[in-house]
Design a protein around this ligand. Structure first.
Ligand SMILES: NC(=O)c1ccc[n+]([C@@H]2O[C@H](COP(=O)([O-])OP(=O)(O)OC[C@H]3O[C@@H](n4cnc5c(N)ncnc54)[C@H](OP(=O)(O)O)[C@@H]3O)[C@@H](O)[C@H]2O)c1
Length: 251
């Protein structure tokens, strides 16, 4: 497939590398200097593009920037992108990083807000695993304990296509419902960054409690940042699993 990725950070850059390795045709952009972008794209095995070009002649656009950056994207960025092009949102809202976004703070589902900012439907995916998991936790289809990723959206056909890309990245995909249900894998839920198998993830999505999620999200940031040294990846995953009484891996 032809894939354009906006954002080349921990998530966007890793997705780019994995999609190129799986044989997809990938171009990327970020907010930085063109020469640095070209060098990074070379390392990732993809093509550097401008923000204008990255969305041209592609099947899928993956938006992988901090939530706060979304309204700073060029106005009408996607206005001329054909309807059948799938737009994927990987974002997670963190007030300490993304400042106050009143609608999200008032419980608007994060990717519903993103969809409104962009003025078109989005699929939420690649948001409920840590970048380290995405980079190094993939396995072959059918492998024991293969980690699963949640995919939400209102277009079943688009979700199936994104599920294929998730499989190419080394993960099982679990359909988490319509975009309005995607709060079930936002920060502060049992599905979030806990490295579950598909069956466990289905259970975790069902166990999520909407009102608790922002409180647990903020507690996790406070707890993890109060540690004397930065926790290891495995410690973060274990912490996240322990945050919920009903996490399938903690019961
Ligand atoms: N890190 C994780 O473990 C993780 C896991 C799941 C989901 N997520 C979510 O996925 C999103 C990306 O996360 P990340 O960790 O990859 O972030 P990151 O490492 O900070 O990278 C963000 C990328 O967005 C680019 N960017 C920012 N504003 C832009 C703009 N206006 N136009 C074009 N590019 C822009 C940055 O460009 P420059 O490179 O030029 O600065 C950078 O490449 C966030 O919403 C995050 O919450 C993160």
């Amino acid at each position: 497939m032809k894939i354009g990725i906006i954002g080349t950070g921990a998530i966007g850059g890793t997705i780019a590398k994995k999609m190129a390795a799986a044989g997809h045709n990938v171009k990327v952009t970020n907010s930085g200097d063109t020469d640095k972008l070209k060098a990074l794209a070379g390392e990732l095995g993809v093509v550097a593009a401008t923000i204008k070009d990255v969305i041209e002649d592609v099947d899928v656009i993956i938006l992988s920037v901090p939530t706060v950056a979304i309204p700073t994207l060029p106005k009408d960025l996607l206005a001329n992108v054909p309807e059948n092009v799938i737009v994927v949102d990987t974002s997670n809202y963190y007030p300490f990083r993304d400042a106050d976004i009143e609608e999200i703070k008032n419980r608007k589902v994060e990717s519903v807000w993103v969809s409104e900012q962009l003025g078109r439907p989005v699929i939420k995916a690649f948001n409920n695993l840590l970048a380290e998991t995405l980079a190094n936790g993939g396995k072959e289809p059918g492998a024991k304990d293969r980690i699963a990723m949640a995919v939400a959206g209102d277009d079943l056909k688009a979700k199936k296509i994104i599920e294929g890309l998730i499989n190419d990245a080394g993960f099982d995909a679990v359909d988490s419902g319509n975009l309005s249900e995607s709060w079930r894998h936002q920060p502060g839920t049992p599905a979030y960054c806990t490295e579950l198998t598909a069956e466990e993830l289905k259970q975790a999505l069902s166990n999520a409690v909407k009102e608790e999620a922002p409180l647990l999200r903020d507690k996790a940031i406070a707890d993890l940042s109060s540690l004397p040294s930065y926790p290891s990846h495995q410690d973060i995953v274990e912490y996240n699993r322990g945050l919920f009484q009903k996490n399938p891996k903690s019961v």
